[in-house]
Design a protein around this ligand. Structure first.
Ligand SMILES: *[C@@H]1O[C@H](CO)[C@@H](O)[C@H](O)[C@H]1NC(C)=O
Ligand SMILES: *[C@@H]1O[C@H](CO)[C@@H](O)[C@H](O)[C@H]1NC(C)=O
Ligand SMILES: *[C@@H]1O[C@H](CO)[C@@H](O)[C@H](O)[C@H]1NC(C)=O
Ligand SMILES: *[C@@H]1O[C@H](CO)[C@@H](O)[C@H](O)[C@H]1NC(C)=O
Ligand SMILES: *[C@@H]1O[C@H](CO)[C@@H](O)[C@H](O)[C@H]1NC(C)=O
Ligand SMILES: *[C@@H]1O[C@H](CO)[C@@H](O)[C@H](O)[C@H]1NC(C)=O
Ligand SMILES: *[C@@H]1O[C@H](CO)[C@@H](O)[C@H](O)[C@H]1NC(C)=O
Ligand SMILES: *[C@@H]1O[C@H](CO)[C@@H](O)[C@H](O)[C@H]1NC(C)=O
Ligand SMILES: *[C@@H]1O[C@H](CO)[C@@H](O)[C@H](O)[C@H]1NC(C)=O
Length: 292
């Protein structure tokens, strides 16, 4: 005989059974990551990117629908995935979803071959072109438009002192051409503080992250000739998985965070297995919120 709730069951019991089954299904979502069908990977050339990363065709046309963290948007240039940070572009060389890291190399430095001259620091800020779109800026209404990315324990910094009048010969970069009285440039690791104190009258200081494991710590005197390959191999940044509250609620309900442009604005969107929701995939919670 099929099981049926007797018509005399108190409404509270029905409510409890319903509530418990809801809890169980919500927990199932927490254990298994949601299926990716409704948030297809984005592609760039032969590369494929999964949530929370997504791709814009180019910097000037942010897509009308996005399936990923709004602060982790890559662009696709000549079939090469690029992460724009501040006003600069970094080539994406690898993604490690398991520890949430992205491997990057500065496109300017790569173009410069074996003797690159760094010109700018890394800024962990969103792309300035994206931010010039007022709808986008409005959506990320918290300043200072910090990206979700940060340094990881696999990085170490190289500090370049450029166009100086003098400094320690042990760290002098010999492949740069001289320029008058400020003709020397130097490169230091974080362990070179005593050397660093000896530089004089520099025109520029630039700090560039590289992979700690690539540095030949046993023979730092090789650094001033090897630094080019370190810069070309790049560095890693990590993305944080503690997104904002709205996105948390969406993910806990089994959805994936993204956004879509409507006629007038950019709006947060929770991509559920069978629909798009404005907050989260849980119909019951949405209705109860309205009742309370
Ligand atoms: C999406 O990307 C993830 C991670 O690279 C991969 O595991 C998954 O198979 C991809 N899915 C599709 C449909 O390409
Ligand atoms: C921002 O980008 C969206 C999507 O590309 C576009 O529809 C909108 O017109 C842009 N807004 C401005 C102010 O450029
Ligand atoms: C980035 O990492 C540093 C430590 O390396 C930490 O002090 C800082 O709070 C982190 N920033 C963000 C936005 O997570
Ligand atoms: C993340 O994983 C990759 C590949 O397994 C590894 O090379 C990298 O060092 C890891 N990064 C961190 C910060 O753990
Ligand atoms: C590298 O330099 C940046 C900016 O100066 C700093 O925030 C970061 O903590 C440094 N990284 C390490 C590993 O010291
Ligand atoms: C440093 O010297 C180089 C090479 O001579 C030159 O191209 C560059 O403009 C100088 N940098 C500054 C900040 O003056
Ligand atoms: C890079 O950062 C260092 C300190 O972290 C700063 O002294 C230097 O002026 C910055 N260089 C540029 C080009 O902004
Ligand atoms: C350290 O590197 C320098 C420059 O590449 C090289 O001449 C020297 O032989 C190296 N020393 C050792 C102990 O490997
Ligand atoms: C978030 O990241 C932390 C540290 O990287 C990790 O321990 C935790 O399991 C992650 N949580 C989720 C839901 O992926």
């Amino acid at each position: 005989m099929p099981y049926r709730i007797p018509s005399s069951a108190p409404p509270l019991l029905i409510f409890l059974v319903f509530f418990l089954s809801l809890l169980i299904s919500t927990n199932a979502y927490l254990v298994n990551s949601p299926p990716t069908r409704y948030c297809p990977n984005s592609t760039c050339g032969t590369h494929s990117f999964a949530y929370p990363l997504s791709i814009a065709r180019n910097e000037f046309t942010i897509p009308s629908t996005f399936c990923g963290y709004p602060r982790l948007i890559l662009i696709c240039q000549d079939d090469t995935p690029i992460l724009p940070l501040g006003s600069y572009k970094y080539r994406v060389t690898n993604i490690h979803y398991h520890n949430q890291t992205i491997s990057l190399a500065d496109t300017d430095l790569h173009a410069a071959g074996t003797c690159p001259r760094p010109h700018h620091n890394l800024t962990l800020m969103m792309d300035t072109v994206f931010l010039s779109n007022t709808s986008f800026r409005f959506y990320l209404n918290d300043t200072p438009y910090q990206s979700y990315l940060n340094y990881t324990s696999s990085d170490t910094n190289l500090t370049f002192f450029l166009n100086c009048s003098d400094g320690p010969p042990e760290r002098r970069i010999t492949c740069y051409p001289g320029s008058g009285d400020k003709e020397y440039s130097y490169v230091f690791t974080e362990r070179d503080v005593s050397y660093m104190e000896r530089v004089q009258e520099c025109q520029d200081i630039v700090v560039v992250p590289v992979l700690d494991q690539d540095v030949n710590w046993g023979n730092l005197s090789a650094l001033s000739s090897d630094f080019g390959s370190l810069l070309n191999r790049g560095f890693q940044l990590g993305w944080s998985n503690d997104t904002d509250e709205t996105c948390d609620r969406c993910e806990l309900s089994g959805g994936r965070c993204g956004y879509q442009f409507t006629k007038t604005s950019l709006e947060f969107t929770c991509f559920c297995s069978n629909r798009r929701a404005d907050q989260h995939c849980d119909k019951w919670l949405a209705e109860s919120r309205n009742v309370c």
